[in-house]
Design a protein around this ligand. Structure first.
Ligand code: DC
Length: 213
């Protein structure tokens, strides 16, 4: 069983997906963390981001291990590092590269093979698990999303102003939704949830009710 939760940055996908997974006894998979992990790896290796063959080589030597709480790249725990500003700035670009997406999608399907999972991302309902019956597209007003990001104490971007955060989110959404390969978009058969005026618990309850049908 796969519950797919897609949507733009800051819509609350992580918090909701984590909680729904816990309540239903399912595995939580954060696919954004996978793209972030590789982006961090590429930056740490000081690769030239414009050189696709260099990035491809790095991908060949990249070993990802992801649990519900930790992300490891080639054995190194980088759970905190993947939230750093330099990763957030470059992850949209790195995740738009075809061969990067192909590898991550393959890994995501592999993880979903033997487990019941709640998966959050941008292309889960459209590309990664298009056949699942449970698809949600979680959205919220951009000002509300920027507010939520600023509130997140773990977020390095805390010092950023409200306006700057809003612009950063809009820029990333624009990039993610206009790329050629599996852009961010609501699947035709996904249930749209506008969480602007909803609490986390309300969103979780709504999803669980839909799933239990
Ligand atoms: O959810 P997040 O902010 O951690 O995701 C980071 C980036 O990864 C996001 O800007 C786009 C990319 N991403 C993607 O292309 N496909 C996914 N399924 C998940 C994330």
């Amino acid at each position: 069983m796969v519950i797919a939760i897609d949507g733009p940055a800051g819509a609350g996908k992580s918090t909701v997906a984590k909680k729904v997974a816990k309540l239903l006894g399912m595995f939580y998979l954060d696919t954004g963390a996978m793209y972030r992990a590789f982006t961090h790896y590429v930056i740490a290796k000081k690769a030239d981001l414009d050189n696709k063959s260099e990035i491809k080589k790095l991908l060949e030597g990249f070993e990802l291990s992801i649990s519900q709480d930790n992300v490891r790249a080639n054995g190194k725990d980088i759970t905190k590092e993947i939230r750093w500003e330099n990763v957030t700035t470059n992850v949209s670009y790195i995740s738009s590269i075809d061969f990067v997406r192909n590898k991550m999608v393959e890994l995501q399907r592999e993880i979903g093979k033997n487990k019941d999972i709640v998966v959050e991302g941008r292309d889960i309902g459209t590309v990664v698990f298009p056949d699942t019956r449970y698809k949600f597209y979680l959205d919220a007003d951009v000002v509300e999303r920027a507010k939520r990001r600023l509130k997140d104490k773990k977020n390095e971007e805390k010092k950023v102003s409200m306006l700057a955060m809003k612009e950063k989110i809009q820029k990333r959404d624009q990039y993610d939704s206009t790329r050629d390969n599996s852009p961010l978009k609501q699947a035709n058969d996904a249930v749209l949830i506008d969480s602007t005026h909803m609490t986390i618990d309300e969103v979780c309850k709504y999803i669980i009710n839909k799933v239990k049908g």
